[in-house]
Design a protein around this ligand. Sequence first.
Ligand SMILES: *Cc1c(COP(=O)(O)O)cnc(C)c1O
Length: 223
Amino acid sequence: MESIAKNMSRFIELIPAHVKIVAVSKTKPNEDILEAYEQGQRIFGENKVQDLVTKAETLPKDIQWHFIGHLQTNKVKYIAPFVSLLHAVDSFKLLNEVNKQAKKNDRTISCLLQFHIATEDTKFGLNMEEAKAILAEERFKDLKNIEIGGVMGMATYTTDEMVIRNEFSQLVSYFKELKATFFKDKEGFKEISMGMSGDYQWAIEEGSTMVRVGSSIFGARNY
Ligand SMILES: *Cc1c(COP(=O)(O)O)cnc(C)c1O
């Protein structure tokens, strides 16, 4: 079996320098995370609040923790003191709560707007109309303790390359339109989080700036 250290160092070499790697460590123990950490990896992604809190408490303090899952508003407070990026923000209500908790912690929290680009039915993720409605809201301007760092999306679970590439390219066009309309002068609006173990190469070719890779680094998850 390939070791985590080997997988991690291979990824660090393989991925172009302008693309950030989020090592998705969900369900994996601390010793696995440390193995990747020792190769120089500093960005890790989790999708359960309790796991993220426990890991952040016990692992090195220079890790940047990204929350990549759906976040319930009542749990924002647990990760607000330290989380470095929220990947899956898809409502004004959540943005408002993140702003409130960020303010309490005297910091700014970066958030990506999650778009629904896949064909599968899911209640998560925005369409363009909904995203524009949020950004155009008067109340949005009052949220001084959040920063919108870009967009995030997940492609359809399929092996069909064209389907996946089309969805990624759709996300890139959403990014460009939002950039031109709402974030022209905002340098912070720059990330396109797309690409996982099965499709990161296509994602990078389509314009990803951030890939979220789990099983290709840590091995299959058993849940
Ligand atoms: C689990 C997960 C990933 C990583 O998936 P792999 O296929 O293991 O690389 C990426 N993004 C999100 C949102 C996830 O939940």
